[in-house]
Write a protein that binds this ligand. Sequence first.
Ligand SMILES: [Zn+2]
Length: 214
Amino acid sequence: MAPELDREHTNEPSLKEMTAKAIDVLRQNKAGFFLLVEGSQIDSAGHYNDSAWAMKDTQAFEEAVALAVDFAKKDGNTLVVVVSDHDTGGMSVGGYGQTDAKLEVLHRVKASGLYMADKLKADRSNAAEVLKTHAGIDATAAEAATIKNAEDAVHAINGVISERALISWTTYLHTGVDVQIYAFGPGSDLFRGLHDNTDLPHLVAQVLHIDFER
Ligand SMILES: [Zn+2]
C-alpha cells in the first residue's frame, strides 16, 4: 500500500479507516475478538531512511491507536497493546554535530522520497525543481549534484532532507535496539517494564485465559 504521504494519489483507505471497519465487523462476535493492526509503513520508511514518511505514517498509526483506545474506553473490557516488533533504520534526533532536529523541514515535505525520485527526469536535471515542489526545499547546487550523481536517487533525496532536518540514520536494515510497549485496559499492568519479545504472546494469552504452553 502507499505511504501515507502519497495516499492522496490512490483510492486506498487510511489505517484508521481500516481499523474502524475491522472493529465494527469483529465486535459483533459475542465471544470477543483479537485484532492485529500493523502500521507497516513505518518500517518501510525506515528501510528508505525517509524521515518525513516515517513521521507521517507514525501519525497515521497514532490515529488508528487513538480509535482503538477510544473503543476500549467505551467497551471497558478490551485490552489494547501497542508495540513494535523491531526498530528499522536507527532513526535519531540530532547528528551532524547538532543536538536538536528541525521538524519544520519535515512538515514541508509533501511526498515520499520514492514518489519524488519517480518525478526525476532520466538525467535528473530537474532534481532542484522536484525538491522545491514536493519538499519545499531550495536545493543548493551541491545538494542537486548529490542527487544527480547518486547511485540511488531515493536514498540521495531522503539523505538531503534528513540532513536538513538534522535527523540521523545508522542503517537501511532492522536494528537491535529496545522498542517501546504501551498497554491500555484490563490486564495492561502485565505489560509494564522490560520484556523479551517472545513473552508477549504469553502475556496476551494470559489476559485472554487461553492455555498456551511455553
Ligand atoms: Zn523491515
